[in-house]
Design a protein around this ligand. Structure first.
Ligand SMILES: NC(=O)c1ccc[n+]([C@@H]2O[C@H](COP(=O)([O-])OP(=O)(O)OC[C@H]3O[C@@H](n4cnc5c(N)ncnc54)[C@H](O)[C@@H]3O)[C@@H](O)[C@H]2O)c1
Length: 346
């Protein structure tokens, strides 16, 4: 049997179940311990799933010698703190999106990861969907030529009860933002991976229909490094929630994705690839219900981190890569506050 990597989970809430499933399905991963600061929550999770160890304080969990890696599943503004502690304890890390909610905290995490020689993988499940990988390759191979325009639309829906379901939701300190930092970040990461880097944004965000501190509506005009232009928009006001859509237009044609599926592929003077079945790819979900997401991405990325550790290679989505989406979102917020464009340095 292949070696297995022993994982712990920090934060036993909604998304922890997806990490647990990923660990369970991977032949090279094993769940050794869980922790949650709410008394009894980790013990309950451990009992339900037959996990050997449960802790209230993640620092105690990090003292387990056999523990090799941790999944960070705490609220977004509480990612860097346990992740840095994990890095300092010599544990590898798989961190939920966003890496954290400020670039200062993210940079402190990246520094701790470098200093301790551990691996940091990030969760952005759309990137590993086969249709998205296919579009990335097509763009990198030059199929579209120079990218002229690229637009991202994340018109999702969250009722007020979603924000009321956890004290951290919809707060600047712990959610870091609203429809961009929590929901739209999936599409923003995918967008910038496909057509970025995004070098400047001119944004306007607002809170239209929820009692929250953060935005539930956002628009930004973007400049791309290659000279192209585009629009990023996000919402959690759009009942019942519509699939995330990315439309990419280059000199040679256009490709569109909807919920991580290729829905159009039109290249001037070329037939569609024979093996491409438009609209048949797997989706990722989440537009109307945060729990209604595919577990494929988490399974793939948990397995990838375990193999990256065993093979001593970089994980598929690095910390430096995952920082980019947060930099774009924070620049949109800053632009909205200033009422002027903001350039982004990575
Ligand atoms: N990739 C995705 O599609 C996806 C989907 C949902 C959530 N997320 C991300 O996952 C993270 C968690 O979201 P959620 O919906 O699971 O939230 P949640 O509120 O359901 O769970 C968070 C858990 O962390 C625990 N916690 C808080 N502080 C802690 C600490 N210091 N130590 C240990 N445990 C602590 C809470 O008690 C809670 O059980 C967020 O960053 C969110 O952005 C990602």
């Amino acid at each position: 049997m292949a070696d297995t990597v022993k994982f712990g989970i920090i934060g036993c809430g909604m998304i922890a179940e997806f990490h647990r499933t990923g660990i369970e399905k991977s032949p090279v991963a094993e769940l050794l311990a869980v922790s949650d600061s709410v008394p009894g929550r980790a013990a309950e999770f451990a009992k339900k799933h037959g996990v050997p160890h449960a802790f209230e304080d993640y620092r105690k969990m990090l003292q387990l010698k056999e523990l090799q890696a941790v999944c960070i599943c705490t609220p977004s503004g509480l990612h860097a703190e346990p992740a840095i502690a994990a890095a300092n304890a010599g544990k590898h890390i798989l961190c939920e999106k966003p890496l954290d909610v400020t670039l200062e905290k993210i940079d402190a995490l990246l520094e701790a990861v470098r200093r301790n020689g551990v691996k940091l993988g990030a969760i952005f499940q759309s990137r590993v969907q086969p249709d998205c990988v296919r579009v990335k390759k097509a763009i990198d191979d030059g199929l579209l030529g120079r990218i002229l325009q690229a637009d991202l639309r994340t018109k999702w829906y969250r009722p007020q009860s979603y924000y009321d379901s956890g004290a951290w939701r919809g707060t600047f300190a712990l959610d870091g933002g609203g429809c961009l930092m929590n929901q739209g970040i999936h599409g923003i990461d995918l967008y910038q991976w496909l057509v970025g880097p995004v070098t400047a944004v001119y944004g306007k965000v607002a809170t239209m229909n929820h009692k929250i501190e953060v935005e539930d509506s956002a628009y930004a005009i973007c400049e791309l490094e290659g000279g192209g232009r585009g629009v990023i928009m996000g919402s959690t006001c759009a009942y019942p929630g519509f699939p995330t859509r990315i439309e990419i237009h280059g000199e040679n044609g256009s490709i569109c994705l909807e919920d991580a599926r290729i829905v159009s592929w039109d290249i001037i003077g070329q037939e569609k690839p024979a093996d491409l079945q438009i609209g048949s790819g797997a989706g990722v979900g989440g537009a109307g219900d945060p729990k209604a997401i595919s577990s494929y991405g988490h399974e793939t990325l948990v397995d990838d981190l375990a193999r990256a550790i065993l093979e001593d290679r970089p994980p598929r989505i690095s910390g430096e890569e995952a920082r980019r989406a947060v930099a774009i979102i924070l620049a949109i917020y800053q632009s909205s506050r200033l009422g002027q464009p903001v350039t982004i340095a990575y």
